[in-house]
Design a binder for this molecule. Sequence first.
Ligand code: EPU
Length: 419
Amino acid sequence: MRISGAKNAALPIMAAALLTDQPCRLENVPRLADVDNSIAILTELGASVDRGAENTLTITAAGSIGSSVPYERARVMRASILFMGPLLARNGEAILAKPGGDDIGMRRVDQHVAGMVQMGASVDEDEGNFICRAEHLTGADILLDMPTVTGTENLMMAATLADGQTTISNAAREPHIADLAHALNTMGARISGAGSDRIEVEGVARLGAGNHRVCPDYLEAGTYAIAVAATGGEVMLVDFPAVDLRSLVTKLRMAGVLVEVEAEGVRVRREGPIRPVDLITWTHPGFATDLQPQYTALMTQAAGTSVIQEFLFENRFNYVSELNALGANIELFPHRRGIRVHGPSALRGNAVTIPDIRAGAALMIGAMCAGGGTTLSGVEHLDRGYEDMAGKLSQLGAQVREGAVRAVDSPGEAIAGAE
Ligand code: EPU
């Protein structure tokens, strides 16, 4: 099974296309609701977006581009904040709704704002919007309070066209940051250090045409690796970014899962009973918060108790009640930043509601482990983050029916041997 392009790389790179009036050709852009929403924002701002064959997208932002991101589109997708940097750099003005998206925690954007102000912008707020203005942006020496992912991306994009040099210290190191920097450098930006905690950007007067292949999605890859481990099967995952998934691979091996790099991809196979293995989420290269719910679903199948702690988002255990409704035995610590998972649980089908993308992936894994059919509602969350999940799960041997809701019949052994 082939891993798709990364949502969290594609979204900033699409916004970055506003930094030039020349065409930006992007390959390996996943077909997702969030990508469609970004296409709609770009189009409504005045850019032309052509979808080519095989997940190719060409974005051309020639001529006049609006400064105001449509409120209704921004409200439903937190990644809409990524238009702040490109619009400020291009138009000297960006008006955008305070972003919505998954309710997994407070999700502040003060670091985006502080960095833009350091580069010379003014940022005012009314009830629902940020109103940002800058006659011109000047390079700055920015130290982030925490390594925010979209904050690092926003500031990096704004800095490409600023006067002079910008340094971003305590920068986020997720793989999509380096991918965005590669894309910007194909457009003529001068960025070094992306992927480390110190990024340097030498501002240039203008950017030109771009040409970039979006990196594989380490979160999708991790999700399917965990799904196969949980259901006891085997799969060959092509385009599996093993280097970006070191922390997951380590945990899977400790839990008794074979993860082997071969010529055509990475083979994942459950070797025997799953062992309980504790974890804490951290910023990259630590264990990704976006894989924590799926990993919990795996631990429901482990023989013993595991402790899972969440460092980044205070509401990221919002799926626990639903996994328990499938028969899991998970206790939430009173401070809500950790859980104790007692396994192994014989999960059974039920009707559950998906609260966000990654919680949805965890519930899908739980549903595949369960005896009997499970009905999942809120599947629109999955469409935001997983390209053709129903099709890919069918490739793995699960039975997934689509409709207003999707029912998953336990594939049990059926997942075994699927490639
Ligand atoms: N934070 C602040 N101030 C800021 C920015 C962040 O206090 O200005 C805090 C947040 O409240 C949070 C922490 O810092 O506690 C980390 O937030 P970050 O800004 O890094 O998250 P993000 O950029 O909003 C991206 C991904 C998320 C992923 C997180 C963490 C995109 C589009 N989104 O969000 O992905 O969970 O990084 O890795 O890249 C998903 O794909 O399902 C998803 C939610």
